[in-house]
Ligand binder design. Structure first.
Ligand SMILES: C[S@@+](CC[C@H](N)C(=O)[O-])C[C@H]1O[C@@H](n2cnc3c(N)ncnc32)[C@H](O)[C@@H]1O
Ligand code: SF4
Ligand code: SF4
Length: 457
């Protein structure tokens, strides 16, 4: 169970347990976004709902109907239905009041006022050399890495913006000797963090410390259900190390541990074998995502896998996935846009720069890690909020207008041209078609079980 031993004394972090944190509500150009902590999900409100929600911060909504009716002409039945729905969703309590914290951000330019999810690369250093990795990993830590103080300042900015969902990645984030100090800032600023790790550096002690620091979700890379398959990508001896790390996390009381499997031709026939392994390890979920030929892995042709093979295998495995195993999520490698009602769908392209940001290890603010450029604004010069709002490179993500191939393709409404970092490379630009996209395909629909919700962890 999460929270076992989560007292501030045990963690030494002096913060309230995450379960006690209030939800958030932030203003947006289209109305507002409610962030519900219990499942790390965002919910979009239009302008009338936003006005009503603000009233719920001050008074019981039962008493607010006459004023609301005068302003918005809402009838009593619709009003009552809204209140019932909001109670069921946990947006208001039994007394029809809300206790969410408010954030009053300036509206975003063609984007959310702040990201829904922020990827933070803590380092480019790594103890492994996985053959499929898109990150230009280094043996040593760079002198340009963001310091603990700079990271804590970033976390404070994200909290102030109502952007509580972060993904800690790298490189291998746990390679930093000050990793637990970094987590102290995550806890202090009340962020909901997912840690992406190869788990080889997890010990019984640091697993407990991470659980106490309220890391919300652990996404552990496991690229095969046995040593030979995993180690084909990750190197000798790594399977046992990763399994031991996962066991420490589960034993420490982490209640949301995912196995994160990158699909390649080498493991695609072994997916069903993750079900018994996940069950015996006691993890909460298995997440399958295809290899992405991008960044440093742009030339890794031997890992390239056909999209139709991934989709067909995912359908097959999902239909036989045992009911008593932890659930499995299959992603087809196409970006999942925000739902239409948020009006946060870019005209062309993915979520990068619109609802998602990446902070590189040296403080560049970009739409997605592999697109980092010297033109990106940095935290040092501009701070996060200003960079998110105004940085020209981020703005360029929001004005991609597509290309002839995409604009005449029948699938563009659902795929929006696909992944921008896959589109890049081999002389192409971000505005080009994604070579993985299902252009003109009659392939079965995406197996993404997460659907198009805004659940972000
Ligand atoms: C870049 S790693 C960083 C965190 C950590 N070092 C790890 O391996 O989990 C994050 C995730 O990206 C995955 N990944 C790396 N290169 C990839 C690629 N070319 N395509 C798809 N996923 C990739 C890794 O397998 C891992 O699950
Ligand atoms: S996938 Fe993770 S563990 Fe492997 S080289 Fe890349 S950063 Fe390191
Ligand atoms: S560029 Fe690709 S990987 Fe990056 S956010 Fe967009 S879809 Fe995701």
């Amino acid at each position: 169970m999460r929270g076992q031993g989560c007292s501030s004394a045990a963690a030494g972090f002096g913060v309230a347990a995450s379960r006690d944190r209030p939800d958030l509500f932030r203003r947006e150009a289209f109305g507002g976004l409610y962030y519900r902590r219990r499942d790390a999900s965002f919910h979009a409100f239009d302008h009338a709902q936003t006005a009503l929600f603000h009233l719920a911060r001050e008074q019981s909504l039962v008493d607010a109907f006459p004023a609301f009716e005068r302003r918005f002409g809402t009838d009593a039945r619709a009003y009552a239905e809204t209140l019932t729905h909001w109670q069921q969703q946990g947006f208001i309590d039994d007394g029809f009041r809300s206790h969410a914290e408010l954030r009053d951000n300036p509206p975003g330019w063609r984007a959310a006022s702040a990201p829904l999810i922020t990827h933070v690369e803590l380092t480019q250093a790594c103890n492994l050399r996985c053959t499929h990795c898109f990150v230009p990993v280094m043996a040593r830590r760079s002198a340009d890495e963001l310091s603990v103080a700079q990271l804590h300042a970033l976390f404070a900015d994200l909290d102030a913006l109502g952007a509580p969902v972060i993904v800690l990645a790298g490189g291998e984030p746990m390679i930093r000797p000050d990793f637990l100090d970094i987590l102290e800032g995550v806890a202090q600023h009340r962020l909901d963090a997912r840690l992406c790790t190869n788990a080889t550096l997890v010990t019984a002690d640091n697993a407990r410390a991470m659980v106490d620091a309220q890391v919300r979700c652990f996404s552990v890379s496991l690229d095969g259900p046995d040593a030979a398959t995993h180690e084909h990508l990750r190197g000798p001896g790594r399977f046992a190390h990763a399994i031991r790390g996962i066991e420490h996390l589960v034993a420490a009381g982490a209640d949301d541990v995912h196995l994160r499997v990158t699909l390649t031709p080498h493991n695609i026939d072994r997916l069903a074998d993750f079900a018994p392994l996940a069950r015996s390890l006691g993890v909460s979920r298995v997440v399958f995502k295809p290899f992405r030929q991008s960044g440093e892995a742009g030339g890794a042709d031997d890992h390239h896998i056909d999209r139709r093979v991934v989709v067909a295998t995912a359908h097959e495995v999902q239909s036989h996935w045992p009911g008593d195993a932890p659930p499995a999520d299959f992603f087809d490698g196409m970006p999942t846009p925000a739902p239409a009602f948020t009006q946060l769908i870019p005209a062309f392209g993915c979520v990068g720069g619109t609802t998602s940001a990446t902070i590189t290890f040296d403080g560049h603010v970009t739409g997605c890690g592999p697109t980092k450029s010297s033109a990106d604004w940095t935290l040092h010069e501009h701070g996060f909020a200003e960079a998110w709002r105004d940085a020209p490179t981020l703005r360029s993500w929001r004005v991609l207008d597509g290309n002839e191939t995409c604009s005449t393709c029948g699938n563009v409404a659902s795929c929006r041209g696909g992944c921008r970092v896959r589109a890049l490379g081999k002389g192409r630009t971000m505005n080009d078609p994604d070579p993985w996209a299902p252009c003109g395909d009659e392939a079965p629909a995406s197996p993404t079980s997460a659907g198009r919700s805004l659940t972000v962890l």
